[in-house]
Design a protein around this ligand. Structure first.
Ligand SMILES: [Fe+2]
Length: 238
């Protein structure tokens, strides 16, 4: 099982506070059946350059890997990526592909939390034209999609993949909606979006159990096939 959306790297965003917490998060993921994790720290264009972000991300990732190697049992392998907040200027930016999951042309894209405009779509279009496939992070959190499913279909038509947070599947309030989207093929990827060990902890195992129980093994296979396609050439740190 893969957790596609995590903030397990320490000291780079509002995720894991330190290496000890990161290791504990990885242990919890392993207990849930996760063998591969994509680390997706927040990247905001307004906070600095891509180069600086990558330098910091790669440095803290090495710290985590070195700590993981000291553990008696192997922990999930880590691929490096980013959760890139949409910003009109990023469409067509040459360096953008460096924020894709390492070894792939897939990039986790966080959409604006305010009403989307034409510029939003033009930017997604420009990203797709660069040969990058945006994976829309936690689609359920955007006003537009909550009000009108058409916005979601439009992104899928543009070539995007859609990610949902495990919590959307787990919560009794939203579970039915989440399962409906998954069964109708509008959601392709599940991620825990874990930030810590308390209020936003790793919780992806429960989501997969629920999907299997309610939608059957066939649906789990469909999700696994997509994961395998996206991560076919991904580079994992061990
Ligand atoms: Fe996130």
């Amino acid at each position: 099982m893969v957790d596609f959306h995590t903030h397990i790297l320490p000291g780079i965003d509002d995720g894991s506070a330190n290496t000890t917490v990161s290791i504990e998060m990885l242990k919890q993921l392993k207990k849930q059946g996760v063998d591969r994790v994509v680390a997706t720290p927040h990247f905001y264009m307004s906070s600095g350059s891509i180069e600086k972000f990558l330098e910091c991300r790669n440095r803290v990732a090495i710290e985590v890997i070195e700590a993981a190697r000291k553990e008696a049992e192997p922990l999930p392998k880590i691929a490096l990526g980013a959760e890139v907040l949409m910003y009109p200027g990023i469409g067509g930016m040459e360096e953008l592909s460096k924020l894709c999951i390492e070894g792939t042309r897939y990039m986790l894209l966080e959409m604006p939390f305010v009403e989307w405009s034409n510029i939003t779509y033009t930017t997604v279009d420009k990203i797709c034209a660069m040969g990058i496939t945006p994976i829309i992070a936690h689609f359920e959190r955007y006003i537009n999609v909550q009000e009108d499913r058409g916005f979601l279909y439009e992104l899928i038509d543009m070539g995007c993949l859609i990610q949902t947070n495990a919590e959307y599947v787990n919560s009794v309030k939203t579970s039915r909606k989440a399962l409906k989207h998954i069964s109708e093929g509008h959601v392709h990827i599940i991620g825990s979006d874990c930030h810590n060990l308390t209020d936003r902890k790793p919780n992806i195992g429960k989501a997969y159990e629920k999907i299997e129980k309610k939608l059957g093994r066939g649906e789990i296979r469909n999700l696994r096939n997509i994961v395998d396609m996206v991560l076919e050439d991904a580079e994992f740190l061990v």
